[in-house]
Every structure is written in C-alpha cells, then in structure tokens.
Design a protein around this ligand. Structure first.
Ligand code: F6R
Length: 242
C-alpha cells in the first residue's frame, strides 16, 4: 500500500481528483468504482469543475457504486442513487445507463446481487475503485467479520454503522437495517484502488489499518493484499501515527 499524506481534506480531494482525471483520460472505456458518504463529496465537486473546464469528459465512462440501502427508492434523498445523481451524475456528461448502483428495491435481492456481479464482469472489471473507510474498518458495507471471499451480497448493517449514518436521517429508526454491497473479493478484483481517509474521527481506524494485522475483523486490512492501493489521508486522520 502506498500512503500519500495530505495537509487537509481539500488537498486530499485535489490529489484524488487528479488521479481520476488522468485515469479517465488515459483509457478508451474507463470503468470507475464509486463511493458515497462525506469523504468524497468535495472530490465530486472538483470533478465537476474539471468537466466544466473541459479537462475531462465522462461520456465514455462506466461507473459502479459500492453499495445501496435496501428499501429506499432512487428518489429518496437518503438513497445512494439520489446522492450520486445529486453530487455527480446529473452535473457532468455521463451516459445515464452507464451509471450502475445496486437496486435496493429489487424483489429478489440475491438475484440483484448476481446481476450486479455480471454487469461488472461484462464491463471488463473496475479500472479504478474509490473507497472510504468506516470507523469499524468497513469498506463498502462489508462489516467486520465479512469473509474476504465475499462477492456482492445483502448485509445486515452494524449498529455502529447505522449510528454513524443516522446524521443523514431524521432519526436512527429511519436508517435501513440492510444494504447491498459489493463483496470484498469483488472490490479486490479492481485493477487500482484509492482509499480516501480524512478527519480525526478516522484516526483510530487509520492507526489500526497501518499498524494492525490483516484480519476479517477489520475489513480494510485486506487492502494490504492488493498490488495497487493508494491511501490518500490527511494529517488529522494520521494524528495517532508517530
Ligand atoms: C459508501 C461506503 C462506505 C463509506 C464509509 C465512510 O458508499 O461504501 O464504506 O465509504 O462508511 O463514510 P464517510 O465518508 O461518510 O465517513
């Protein structure tokens, strides 16, 4: 794993933005893996800026999001479909049908997971996957204890994850209890991975990632087994490092 230390969230976002722009510009049919959450919000704003300045075009790009809540419709403001439309998809020149997010409203959730896997395969795999880091080490919605061999699947969300995400909802009771997530093995098949980590509230998780063992108890630790991972972290997230 390569670690890039940035001054703050702004600089972290800028660095990630430039990596993505170069990747998109260097490939004929780029496939990006995308994340939601607070961490990449500024990054998406910067990508929109690059697009407006004609420094990048997304017309050839396919995207696959990591995850989606079960039971929220696409127009629900807490769904990840809504998040992506709002923060990125509707603001640049993506071809809408090339933006893939698991369908958390599917009547057959298992089939939906298999369909999602198949779509990624047909796209030729993910060229560059963006990840954020959960306080408990989750990546996507792969909570502690998820087998490293997991593929796209339905998960029961951890209490700590529901509490962390309750800030986006009226109350914790409204946070869905399940989600569909790409599996850990699915994520690890990406050709290149960028993990974005920002803020002091991630410092404990960051310390465990950098100094701890590879273990299913801390899903992000599996990234040590991938050949091309760049962690872009700001100083606040690294404050517990010597
Ligand atoms: C989101 C996702 C999650 C987040 C993680 C960090 O699609 O897969 O793993 O990346 O929970 O969230 P934030 O960025 O809100 O701290």
């Amino acid at each position: 794993m390569k670690l890039v230390v940035m001054e703050n969230h702004e600089e972290m976002s800028k660095y990630a933005c430039q990596l993505i722009v170069s990747k998109v510009n260097s490939l004929t049919s780029p496939v990006l893996g995308l994340a939601t959450g607070s961490t990449p919000e500024r990054l998406y704003e910067m990508l929109i800026e690059e697009y407006k300045q004609k420094l990048v075009s997304f017309s050839r790009v396919k995207t696959f999001n990591l995850d989606e809540y079960v039971g929220l419709r696409g127009h629900d403001k807490n769904s990840y479909r809504y998040y992506m439309d709002h923060h990125l998809f509707s603001k640049v020149n993506f071809t809408k049908r090339k933006n893939h997010i698991p369908n958390g409203m599917a009547s057959q959730l298992e089939q939906e997971c298999q369909r999602y896997e198949q779509l990624i395969k047909e796209a030729g795999g993910i060229d560059l996957q963006i990840l954020g880091l959960g306080h408990n080490g989750h990546i996507g919605f792969n909570e502690p204890g998820t087998p490293f061999s997991s593929r796209t699947h339905v998960v029961d969300l951890d209490c700590t994850t529901r509490e962390a995400n309750a800030r986006f909802f009226e109350s914790i009771k409204e946070v869905p209890t399940q989600a569909i997530t790409m599996g850990i093995e699915t994520i690890l098949e990406s050709k290149q991975i960028i993990l974005l980590v920002s803020g002091e509230q991630k410092a404990t998780a960051m310390q465990r990632l950098l100094n701890g063992e590879v273990s299913e108890d801390f899903p992000a630790s599996v990234l040590k087994r991938h050949h091309d991972v760049t962690i872009i972290a700001d100083k606040a997230a690294l404050q517990l490092q010597e």
